[in-house]
Design a protein around this ligand. Structure first.
Ligand code: ADP
Length: 266
């Protein structure tokens, strides 16, 4: 039997002792240390992510303070750089709050029957505006079936995959959204003709702050938490994430919903 005691995991075991049994209590150091190491890593990552924009902002503030006569153009440049870095921090803090809410086991799912089709058309419009004409956004819907889910979480998972497709696809490429139901299971797919991902990275993409190309992720406004958020949302819905990709050709991220969550529209 395992028992959590303060920050330690205690293992309790009944072991034979002559013709009786005795209770053996031990510390499970390995799991304790693993959790501690993950916690340390996470804090180090968050601190690093916040330090970079703060350094930029402090640099510009010092420059502005040192030279009150600075010309207008330089001033505007400084302001826009500071705005960009501040938004980056805001985005990070929002993603961190979303993750912690999703990880809270007391935070139960608010379910309703979600009409997927209109949501996808809405997301497509959003994708077009996010891409601002740099990509073609396609949509294919072959089911009217609905999903029993938290509408807000579902939207957030879909929208994360779509914005990744846009961010990792060069100008002129294509993005596609697909909704189908087969063998009773619901399948939402986002595909792109983008940069693709090498196979060895695929199993690690849903780890917090895991990035294949850090500079591209940051340049395009990524926090490195998007797929970790998606994974948590899917766990709460007993859904699975499937990733297929080929470097230089593109990627396909699919969410498979179990039969019990698919509601046939009558
Ligand atoms: P980020 O904010 O860095 O995009 P995510 O958790 O959303 O964080 O994604 C993790 C990493 O997975 C990204 O940094 C990127 O390397 C890779 N990735 C995600 N989606 C795609 C995609 N559609 N095409 C290529 N790479 C992707």
């Amino acid at each position: 039997k395992q028992m959590r005691h303060h920050r330690l995991t205690l293992l309790m075991q009944l072991v034979p002792y002559g013709n009786k049994q005795k209770l053996l209590i031990s510390r499970d150091i390995t799991s304790y240390e693993r959790i501690e190491a993950m916690r340390r890593d996470f804090i180090a990552n968050v601190s690093h992510e916040l330090r970079t924009p703060l350094t930029v902002i402090i640099g510009y503030l010092e420059m502005l303070t040192a030279d009150p006569e600075m010309d207008m153009e330089m001033q505007n440049q400084a302001l826009s750089a500071m705005t960009e870095q501040t938004l980056r921090m805001q985005h990070l803090v929002e993603d961190l709050l979303t993750l912690s809410r999703l990880e809270d086991s007391l935070n139960k799912l608010t379910e309703s029957t979600v009409d997927i089709v209109p949501m996808l058309y809405e997301l497509r419009r959003e994708a077009e505006s996010l891409s601002s004409g740099r990509h073609t956004v396609k949509i294919s819907v072959d089911s009217e079936d609905q999903i029993l889910a938290s509408r807000e979480e579902l939207r957030s998972a879909f929208s994360n995959l779509i914005s990744n497709a846009i961010r990792y696809t060069p100008e002129g490429g294509e993005i596609g959204i697909r909704w189908t139901v087969s063998n009773g299971k619901g399948l939402f797919t986002v595909w792109d003709t983008g940069v693709g991902i090498e196979p060895e990275h695929i199993p690690r993409l849903t780890e917090r702050f895991y990035r294949v190309d850090s500079s591209r992720s940051r340049e395009t406004g990524g926090t490195g938490l998007g797929l970790a958020i998606v994974k948590h949302i899917l766990n709460r819905h007993q859904a699975r994430l499937k990733i297929k990709s080929e470097v230089g050709k593109g990627s396909e991220f699919s969410i498979e919903f179990p039969e019990k969550r698919v509601v046939t529209k009558s």
